[in-house]
Design a protein around this ligand. Structure first.
Ligand SMILES: [Fe+2]
Length: 255
């Protein structure tokens, strides 16, 4: 069973298409939310995400851009892009976004694995450090492997014998398609972030996603990916939409 795990596309069509082109064969697509917001192709990306199907968890930008909650927690740039997105989105996509389920989600074909946008206990929580991860690992009723998004930082946290450690993928190249592989060890618990497709913030501008593979012998592995894409084209759409310049500039920085 192979799951393609994507997250935080944020209306970046060029990055999404590049990732789908680079992705290996999979059985089920899982989208951890924030389909829209920040970038300038919300209708195209909603169309594509809907056609891909699979499991989709709603993100905070999906909720705010579709009018389900207000923008009180958003900084000025995020609020400007959310307003722009709300005006730009076709009614059918607005309705689809409003209907996305809140995590945690599970899938019957993938026992022991759970999917959230922010964290297991709060869809808006940022899992940024080991102390926050430790609190979430203590939360009862959750699976041993949890995929999350929201921070736009590829990597994750491992829990073993009461200790939590963070880990980050390491890549040989900075401008080509690259992969980083880990084996999930029995007895350990994992909080895993595939990274952001549409607005990475870990200093690597390449779009990010992950592949989870459960083998016949019950062992499991995760491969992280980074994929270069046409950033200039995504930036031109942001400028053409009169969205804040910062949203275009940060794509090339990966911050
Ligand atoms: Fe996001």
């Amino acid at each position: 069973m192979r799951l393609l795990i994507i997250s935080d596309i944020h209306a970046n069509l060029e990055a999404l298409e590049a990732c789908l082109d680079a992705a290996p064969a999979y059985d089920l697509l899982v989208n951890l939310g924030d389909v829209v917001g920040y970038n300038a192709s919300p209708n195209e990306v909603c169309e594509r995400a809907r056609s891909l199907g699979g499991l989709i968890v709603r993100g905070n930008h999906d909720r705010v851009c579709s009018g389900l909650s207000d923008m009180a927690d958003f900084n000025l740039v995020a609020a400007m892009s959310a307003k722009w997105t709300q005006i730009t989105l076709l009614r059918e996509h607005l309705q689809w976004l409003r209907g996305l389920p809140q995590g945690p989600l599970r899938h019957e074909d993938v026992p022991g694995v759970e999917f959230v946008h922010g964290s297991p206990r709060d869809e808006d929580e940022y899992l940024l450090n080991t102390s926050t991860a430790a609190v979430d690992f203590r939360e009862p009723g959750h699976e041993d492997t949890i995929f999350f998004g929201h921070t736009h930082l590829q990597g994750g946290f491992v829990h073993e014998d009461g200790r939590v450690q963070t880990f980050l993928p390491v890549y040989d190249t900075g401008d080509e398609i690259a992969q980083f592989h880990i084996t999930l060890e029995p007895g350990r618990r994992y909080l895993l972030n595939p990274g952001s497709i549409g607005q990475p913030r870990d200093g690597d501008w390449r779009a990010a996603f992950a592949l989870y593979q459960k083998n016949g012998d019950a062992s499991a592995e995760v491969t992280y990916y980074r994929v270069p894409y046409d950033v200039e084209s995504a930036q031109r759409r942001i400028f053409a939409g009169n969205l804040p310049e910062r949203l275009a500039n940060r794509l090339k920085l990966g911050r």
